[in-house]
Design a protein around this ligand. Structure first.
Ligand SMILES: Nc1nc2c(ncn2[C@@H]2O[C@H](COP(=O)(O)OP(=O)(O)OP(=O)(O)O)[C@@H](O)[C@H]2O)c(=O)[nH]1
Length: 201
């Protein structure tokens, strides 16, 4: 058995790391053995944040430094990420799930099918309710679209139900989940989907 590899992409600051922080306790409660790979440009910032958070033993968080456009190492040449995932599987036999967080990127970023079995794209309401209508490849092609920071909708003049409807329409009805990762809202729904579609348990 190999671990499921799940990508998490999306624009800078949309809440990719916050989503990982929010979902780790759900995964632990469900007995799903998890490790994480982070991708930053030239630092280990996100990995350090997750290690400090203490939700996983520090050795279960590996950092990949992209050094270039973030999508290069998750799409064009995912060698570094594949090597990191293989290493985690070797070091932790019985691993169920590897979450691979991309560096913050643009709406065109996608994951190579050589790297992941499933990937989600995280946008946030503060980026504007026109983002789904722009139909970037990330929004159209991701297995799951997460619309985070739903709590900010009233403050930034976004009609959240309309934004979700439009997201669903451009994605032909494929899954869209609204979250407030900071308050653990909507995150259980992401776990349910991963269990159904990827973990099969
Ligand atoms: N209001 C609100 N803020 C949030 C939520 N989720 C994340 N944030 C905040 O948004 C900011 C960015 O969150 P991160 O988790 O660092 O976002 P990221 O996508 O990992 O960022 P990069 O790795 O830099 O691309 C932080 O200040 C978070 O506290 C949310 O649901 N609601």
């Amino acid at each position: 058995m190999t671990a499921a590899r799940v990508g998490i992409g999306g624009p800078v600051g949309s809440g990719k790391t916050a989503l990982i922080e929010a979902i780790l306790p759900h995964l632990a409660a469900a007995g799903i053995d998890t490790a994480v790979i982070t991708n930053d440009l030239v630092t280990d910032e996100d990995a350090e944040r997750l290690r400090r958070g203490g939700q996983l033993p520090p050795e279960r968080v590996l950092a990949v430094q992209a050094g270039a456009c973030p999508h290069t190492v998750i799409r064009e040449d995912p060698t570094l990420n594949i090597a990191a995932a293989d290493r985690l599987e070797r070091d932790f036999p019985g691993l169920d799930l590897i979450l691979i967080e991309s560096g913050g990127d643009n709406l065109a970023s996608t994951f190579s099918p050589d790297l992941v079995d499933f990937w989600m794209f995280v946008i946030d309401v503060a980026g504007g309710d026109d983002i789904p209508r722009k139909k970037g490849p990330g929004i159209l092609q991701a297995d799951l679209l997460v619309v985070n920071k739903a709590d900010l909708a009233p403050h930034v003049g976004v009609d959240l139900p309309l934004m979700l409807d439009q997201a669903q329409a451009v994605r032909g009805g494929r899954p869209v989940i609204a979250t407030v990762c900071r308050r653990d809202q909507g995150v259980a729904g992401i776990l349910d989907l991963l269990r159904r579609e990827v973990l099969f348990r």
